[in-house]
Design a protein around this ligand. Structure first.
Ligand code: G6P
Length: 507
């Protein structure tokens, strides 16, 4: 049976009873920003957000996140809440405010200069500053206070997202041991050798082990986490059960839940007028007619392998000159985390490399690479997917990579070839993609040529296989699996009915 929003909604309502469902993340699903004197509502570029928004729409819970938009304070009520999406409100967003110092230390500092490179292992050195760590602890506590205030004495299930909140599970459980708490870690977990350099490794692990359920995208990251706990803490790790036993008999289940996308929603949305209109506008603006189009969509981040991708396009045009004047490579993606030096340098490197490649191969009015730096709305991103003969994902390391699955979902015409880095979680599922090692420029360029020259029968067969995989493992199934695992646990560790949860088997 295929999972959908109604099934997920029914599961959550049946199992939750009167309990509250609270989702917590750093990045908010909608942000309000000033555009001149007007207030505009934007959807931030984040794989985590694009995955969780349809889930919250289906479950109608409360989402707690950092209010980072310039006009966010204008949009909320006296409890810092706003209902979203703005045009069709379906759930409540509660904003938590951070000072500039907190944001600098917790978000730019510990989360993105220590944990992000530490977990991704892409030869970017993590930076561990005591002041960043202090801010990380303080902000985790600030979110704990906001959540506890929101739920008051109600029974609740709290579902925490990502590496910004490794300490939050323990803070919540210490205040309210009856809460059911799960965390999904959206980025990879490194091997114990890589992780052991972190000065606060034990605090992070103890924080995360307060979860009832801890999820990663793939089994490999679960195994890395269990091996790390085994090495760093005196606590019983049960590899067979894939769990960790605490001295008081409590258990943390560590499970793989490969995240996905709203396959059906995207397949439908691409047939709507708005997306088709945007596609025509892109075609006209960039004179795409008569060209083969390759596409990359990423936040500008050093883990995404954007420079490696550009080098492969450069090599392709040198080695396969038949694609000169033929090929347009669109690279879409907003700047990200720009207060971090490594990200500023990357932006400059990308601009320089594109200028060089366009100069080397450009001819008359044709330039092979076009960079779209702005944050694109979902209909515009979907329009780009539909226009692309080849979707290219070349992450150096990525927990999952949802762009790969969105590209597949958007190709309801059955066309399109996916070129995908082996170092993404998605590569484990999307077997009919052409898999590449982004560090191997020569083979990467050859694979791009193979994608462009692929026989239509093979192309459609591959896309059909990819679409079947993503359709069967959509975002509602992912959320359903995480939440069912959490709900099922309650019968083992707490008196029946403590959360008003009745236990029935669910698909
Ligand atoms: C990754 C993380 C998300 C994050 C996203 C965008 O997907 O797992 O938590 O939201 O990157 O990054 P940002 O720092 O802009 O939120």
């Amino acid at each position: 049976m295929l999972w959908n929003d109604t099934l997920l909604h029914d599961l959550v309502r049946e199992k939750l009873g009167d309990a509250r469902l609270v989702v917590v993340s750093n990045r908010q699903p909608y942000s309000h920003v000033f555009s001149g004197a007007e207030v505009r509502c934007e959807r931030p570029a984040s794989g985590m957000v694009s995955a969780l928004d349809p889930v919250l729409r289906a479950c109608r819970g409360l989402w707690v996140a950092h209010g980072s938009g310039s006009a966010d304070r204008v949009a909320v009520d006296q409890h810092d809440r706003v209902t979203v999406p703005p045009d069709n409100p379906q759930y409540t967003l509660k904003r938590v405010w951070l000072t500039k110092e907190e944001e600098a230390g917790y978000y730019y500092g510990f989360a993105n200069e220590a944990l992000w490179p530490l977990c991704h292992v892409v030869f970017a050195r993590p930076r561990f500053l005591l002041s960043d760590w202090d801010a990380y602890v303080r902000v985790n506590a600030k979110f704990a206070t906001a959540i506890l205030r929101e739920i008051q004495h109600d029974p609740a299930v709290v579902w925490i997202q990502d590496y910004h909140f490794a300490l939050l599970p323990r803070m919540l459980k210490e205040a309210r041991p009856d809460l059911l708490v799960a965390q999904f870690w959206h980025i990879p977990w490194p091997n114990p050798e890589a992780f052991r350099i972190c000065p606060w490794k034990k605090d992070l692990l103890w924080g995360m082990l307060a979860n009832d359920v801890l999820g990663f995208h793939i089994r490999y990251h679960c195994d890395n986490f269990l091996a790390t706990v085994d090495r760093e803490l005196e606590i019983r790790v049960d590899r067979e059960r894939s769990s960790v036993f605490h001295h008081d008999g409590i258990e943390t289940l560590v499970r793989p839940f490969p995240i996905s996308t709203d396959f059906e929603g995207i397949s439908l949305q691409v047939t709507e007028k708005e997306v088709q209109h945007e596609a025509r506008r892109f075609q006209e603006r960039y004179a795409l007619h008569g060209h083969r189009v390759c596409l990359g969509v990423d936040r500008i981040d050093y883990t995404k392998g954007i420079l490696e991708r550009l080098r492969a396009v450069d090599r392709l045009l040198t080695k396969y000159p038949q694609y000169r004047r033929q090929l347009i490579f669109l690279q879409a993606g907003p700047e990200s985390r720009i207060h971090i030096e490594r990200y500023q340098t990357l932006n400059e490197e990308i601009t320089r490399l594109i200028a060089e490649i366009n100069w080397r191969h450009g001819d008359g009015d044709w330039r092979p690479i076009i960079l779209l730096r702005e944050n694109l709305s979902l209909p515009r991103v979907l329009a780009l997917y539909t226009l692309a003969d080849v979707g290219v994902i070349s992450s150096l390391h990525d927990g999952m990579n949802l762009v790969a699955k969105e590209y597949v979902a958007a190709h309801q015409d059955g066309e399109g070839v996916l070129v995908l880095s082996r170092f993404t979680g998605a590569a484990r599922e999307l077997q009919q993609a052409l898999l590449i090692n982004p560090y191997d420029t020569e083979a990467f360029a050859d694979t791009l040529a193979q994608a462009l020259a692929m026989d239509p029968v093979e192309r459609r067969a591959r896309m059909a296989g990819l679409r079947e995989t993503v359709a069967n493992n959509n975002i509602y199934r992912w959320a359903g699996k995480v939440l069912s695992t959490l709900f099922a646990l309650r019968s083992n560790v707490a008196p029946q009915g403590a959360l008003g949860i009745q236990l029935h088997e669910h698909p």
